[in-house]
Design a protein around this ligand. Structure first.
Ligand code: ATP
Ligand code: MG
Length: 138
């Protein structure tokens, strides 16, 4: 079990002014920031990041959305980080997300769902390495 996960505050939540509220929830849940940046990814980079979903019908919509505006990318640290963070963000579809989760509070649809959270230790490492060099982690 690893103690790190990777997250993005997605363009919808950035546009809606929810960066501060979402970071506050991550802090309150005990996640420590290891790396963080405010950035914007190209359509091509979004395509690479979400390559596992290439064959899914929503791939075009997803990559266009993720490259539509600035995001906040971060590596977070906590015991049992991947699983605990998935609990904090809630179900992919906000209509099914539990009360008190980030997506229940801030996501507007299954496509525009406010935050990303890695789904495994292996992907947390791959995704963190996609955005951050060793010099950007503390
Ligand atoms: P994420 O990987 O962003 O944390 P997730 O692991 O909960 O989300 P995935 O199945 O990995 O969900 O889907 C990746 C993203 O693709 C979702 O967060 C959402 O933005 C988008 N997506 C998933 N299913 C749909 C769908 N049916 N329609 C539109 N977009 C979708
Ligand atoms: Mg996922």
């Amino acid at each position: 079990m690893s103690n790190r996960t990777f997250t993005m505050i997605k363009p919808d939540a950035v546009k809606a002014g929810n960066i501060g509220n979402i970071l506050q929830m991550m802090n309150a849940a005990g996640f420590k920031i290891v790396a963080m940046k405010y950035t914007k990814i190209s359509l091509e980079q979004a395509g690479k990041f979400y390559e596992v979903h290439k064959e899914r019908p929503f791939y075009g919509e997803l990559t266009e959305f993720m490259s539509s505006g600035p995001i906040v990318a971060a590596i977070l640290e906590k015991e049992n980080a991947v699983a605990d963070f998935r609990k904090l963000i809630g179900a992919t579809n906000p209509a099914q997300a539990e009360e008190g989760t980030i997506r229940k509070l801030y996501a507007t649809s299954v496509g525009e769902n406010a935050v990303h959270g890695s789904d495994s230790d292996e992907n947390a490492k791959i995704e963190g390495d996609f955005f951050f060099s060793g010099l950007e982690r503390f």
